[in-house]
Design a protein around this ligand. Structure first.
Ligand code: ZN
Length: 193
């Protein structure tokens, strides 16, 4: 088991479009296994290669519960084929420790991707953690982070400021947020990727 070093926002590798995987060799298999080890060690449900400093289109997800057998899925070169509806829920990100806010995602997706042998596969997910995690990790491959999909920019900015990712006045943001009738996010989390 090899744990990799996580990259934190605003590390520039998180803001780059990752490159397609073209060789399905042992180094890609090792990277995927190390990413899974790193994800499990950090209690995440998903992890994208840029989050460990590798700008490649590879991501891993496991949404199984703590008491269930593990069900890892490795996605190589994933492509969104269909997306519809709207799903709002709390998200966290391993590249933004302790930060949680509501994020808007599609409610149903169809994705095609390759496995570690290069075989083409499809996956459909609707209204669940898997659906959310796939979209979160795919954004990482395009150099996008969940700030861009925040339901409330103000709520996101407050969380980012509280945890040192944004240099803004926390009290002022709290005042503005309460003036809009919104409440700050409780850090009881559903998904971290
Ligand atoms: Zn993330």
């Amino acid at each position: 088991m090899a744990k990799l070093q996580l990259r934190y926002y605003p590390d520039e590798v998180l803001l780059q479009k990752a490159k397609k995987v073209t060789r399905f060799d042992s180094s890609v298999r090792k990277l995927a296994q190390d990413m899974l080890d790193t994800m499990y060690a950090n209690n995440g449900v998903g992890l994208a290669a840029p989050q460990v400093g590798v700008s490649k289109r590879l991501m891993v997800i496991d949404v199984s519960g703590a008491d269930e057998p593990k069900r890892p899925i490795v996605f190589v070169n994933p492509v969104l084929v269909e997306a519809e509806g709207e799903l709002i829920g709390l998200e966290g990100c391993l590249s933004f420790p302790e930060v949680f806010f509501e994020v808007k995602r599609a409610a149903r997706i169809l994705v095609r991707y390759q496995n570690l042998s290069g075989k083409e596969l499809r996956l459909e997910a609707a209204g669940n953690l898997l659906c959310r995690a796939v979209q979160h990790e795919m954004d990482h491959l395009d150099g996008e982070v969940f700030i861009d999909k925040a339901v409330s920019r103000l709520a996101a900015d407050l969380e980012l400021s509280k945890h040192g990712f944004l240099d803004a006045d926390v009290e002022e943001l709290e005042r503005q947020l309460s003036a809009t009738g919104q409440v700050p996010v409780e850090s009881s989390v559903t998904m971290v990727g």
